[in-house]
Write a protein that binds this ligand. Structure first.
Ligand code: ACO
Length: 331
């Protein structure tokens, strides 16, 4: 599996519209050029003042031909977008006047473009924090029907082929929710299962991990995972899962037989759910560094429409790859 090539090929075939809100950010401007040249999107929109974006493009030697530029403050959609934002946020005390000011913020404007179908996907975070990107997406795009939680996953690739799908697995949540509730953990498992289908092209087999297997330890953190498993059972989500289960019992069939005999995930796990962000974030980095494994992500999941957050240290190529992956998820 060549994850990046696969996602780029998929994005190219889908011909979707991308918005990059950080239009005056140099790496973003360069990435926009590549995305258009490689035809990974049918249209790419940068948000910001034309003169400022042109200045950045000139400094970087980037030709802006074929790239759309939208300046929210003067745009013909301002009243429409502001009214929709007001409708979405009035239960939180938003006024029409405030909505007109707030919606001009590029992250909110980009989210609104996606919400209203003027763009199919948004990628941001080269100069904004994860929290800012997430909050704009949550306020405007919201979560997929049936789920209340947005979270994230990594695609781990290049592991020993005995693990997951020829050495590729989904790890979740490694970047968003510091201490998920049982309900959130169940949502994370559902979203990760969907990510497994979209990214690995495989039916998900999901392990909800803990430091306990089937009641071997007692602690609030264990109870939380057990409750999440019960919630999932109640929802009958249409994929194979088990928990609470330790990592070795989830992965190694001989250990499964000892600690969780009869587990439906025995020898087949391709999606690992961590009990909290501490475990997830540390876990993926350990596997990445000690196992010399590729970690792609974090990719946001659970949103009603595809958006992605970038690391502020992202390279131009990271932005292009993330955009391709995000576009590949458009329904
Ligand atoms: N899913 C759905 N809705 C959510 C979620 C979520 N995960 N988190 C918050 N919300 C909702 C809240 O209910 C609230 O809704 P409302 O405005 O309708 O009332 C709204 O979003 C905003 O909530 P806040 O209270 O402002 O945000 P909060 O303080 O809960 O922070 C956030 C949420 C921004 C997602 C936070 O959890 C965060 O910053 N996570 C990122 C953690 C991080 O920094 N990770 C970096 C590691 S990345 C790496 O290493 C690769």
């Amino acid at each position: 599996m060549d994850f990046v090539s696969d996602m780029k090929a998929k994005a190219k075939s889908m011909r979707k519209k991308l918005v990059l809100p950080e239009g005056t950010e140099p790496r973003t401007v360069k990435a926009a050029r590549i995305l258009v040249d490689e035809q990974l999107a049918v249209s790419v929109t940068l948000l910001g003042k034309v003169t400022e974006i042109q200045k950045v493009a000139d400094a970087e030697g980037v030709n802006l031909n074929g790239i759309n530029i939208v300046h929210p403050h003067g745009d013909a959609s301002l009243n429409k977008y502001a009214h929709e934002y007001y409708e979405l946020r009035k239960h939180k005390g938003m006024t029409e006047d405030q909505a007109k000011i707030d919606i001009a913020d590029p992250l909110r404007w980009g989210s609104m473009m996606v919400h209203l179908g003027d763009a199919d996907a948004m990628v941001a975070g080269a100069e904004n924090t994860t929290g800012d990107v997430l909050r704009a997406g949550l306020a405007i795009i919201g979560t997929v029907p049936g789920l209340k939680t947005a979270s994230s996953c990594f695609v781990m690739a290049g592991m020993d082929p005995q693990w997951g799908l020829d050495g590729a697995m989904i790890f979740s949540d490694c970047a968003v929710i510091p201490d998920p509730t049982a309900e959130q953990l169940a949502d994370i498992a559902e979203s990760a299962a969907q990510s497994c289908r979209e990214f690995l092209g495989a039916e998900p087999v999901v392990a909800l991990m803990s430091f306990s297997t089937k009641g071997s330890a007692k602690h609030d953190n264990v109870t939380k995972v057990q409750t999440a498993v019960q919630i999932l059972k109640g929802k009958n989500p249409g994929f194979v899962f088990d928990g609470e289960i330790q990592a070795d019992a989830a992965l190694v069939p001989s250990v499964t037989d000892k600690k969780a005999p009869g587990s439906p995930v025995r020898g087949k796990v391709n999606t690992l759910i961590f009990p909290d962000l501490g475990a997830g974030n540390i876990g993926y980095k350990l596997v990445q560094r000690l196992g010399k494994v590729e970690a792609f992500g974090p990719f946001l999941q659970g949103f009603a429409k595809p958006i992605s957050d970038l690391s502020r240290g992202a390279s131009v190529e990271d932005i292009v790859t993330t955009a391709a992956v995000t576009l590949s998820r458009v329904k």
